[in-house]
Design a protein around this ligand. Sequence first.
Ligand SMILES: [Zn+2]
Length: 143
Amino acid sequence: MDQMLQKLEAREGRRRPGDRELHERAVELAERYLDGNRLPDSVRWVDNQNSRWGSCTPDTRTIRISRRVAGMPAWVVDYVLVHELAHLQIPHHGRDFWDLVRRYPKADRARGYLEGFSAGSRSECDHSEGEEELEADEVALEE
Ligand SMILES: [Zn+2]
């Protein structure tokens, strides 16, 4: 019985995308929707990010996606990736940023999905370079 459970878990683990799949997906999306400009250097899942769906450090081209997103539909995961990828080019949430993000056709639908999830209590992302330092500003900006 235990053995069967282990086998099931192993299979489950294989089906869940790892960091490499996430990075490959990000590069694919950047090429399809963002002209392949500024490809990410590192894209990985993180567990310690409960109040953000994703974050991006443009200087090091590093993107982190909350593991909570992993259980969501693929088009929502793609949106979170496109959002962070767009920050590699535009590190704020200005109009030009959203023009870029909306090249992804389901951007607005995915934002609605995430809003429903967060019930207004979470920010969509943290794209600040100094992380904690800029967090308060960013929350103010998004409200
Ligand atoms: Zn953002």
